[in-house]
Design a protein around this ligand. Structure first.
Ligand code: FES
Ligand code: FES
Length: 192
């Protein structure tokens, strides 16, 4: 979840409220304009073109410019894994990339997996094994698991726990998630 400020922060003791006072009425330097670029990124098979600030993260681009808010933001510094998506098939943390770095890339988000009527086998298995409670971590875990199972279709529990070490869940205690991924692997093998 994002930390929101609820009010203006009090100035630190001993700090100035504004920058140095110009001497003899000298003009203050104008603020540097924010650099912007136009990028085109394919998200879940749809091309999205937008002009973005170069400092905008890929996670914010996905949530704000494509309107796909299934990708969650927790820590915003690469620890929790909630923002995990696939970039050209590889699981990455979208809070650690700039949107401009994804120019021309193929992105897959949790919205691509299934619908309430037609769940993906991973989603089905998470439901059946109680692999979620609040669900905040779930999109990131599903996308990590998807990339993992693409490469490791018949994993051991140890391998599942290893891949889960990059995703924090504060609710489940992980056992249901391990069971769900193991069962999803079986369902996907049978479907292949
Ligand atoms: S939001 Fe926590 S790793 Fe990206
Ligand atoms: S289900 Fe709540 S954080 Fe994982």
């Amino acid at each position: 979840m994002r930390m929101r400020r609820t009010g203006a922060a009090a100035p630190l003791r001993g700090t100035r409220k504004s920058g140095p006072t110009p001497k003899n009425g000298a003009a203050r330097k104008p603020a540097r304009p924010v650099d912007r670029r136009t990028i085109s990124v394919t998200v879940n098979g749809v091309v999205h073109t937008a002009e973005v600030e170069v400092r905008k993260t890929l996670a914010d681009f996905i949530r704000e410019d494509t309107g796909l808010t299934g990708t969650h933001l927790g820590c915003e510094h690469g620890v929790c894994g909630a923002c995990t998506i696939l970039l050209n098939g590889q699981a990455v943390r979208s809070c650690l990339l700039f949107a401009v770095q994804a120019e021309g890339a193929e992105i897959t988000t949790v919205e691509s997996l299934g619908s309430p009527e037609h769940l993906h086998p991973l989603q089905d298995a998470f439901r059946d094994h109680h692999g979620l409670q609040c669900g905040f971590c779930t999109p990131g875990i599903l996308m990590s698991a998807l990339a993992f199972l693409n490469e490791t279709p018949d994993p051991t529990d140890e391998q599942i726990r290893e891949v889960l070490s990059g995703n924090l869940c504060r609710c489940t205690g992980y056992q249901g998630i391990v069971d769900a991924i193991r069962d999803a692997a079986r369902r996907l093998r049978e479907r292949a």
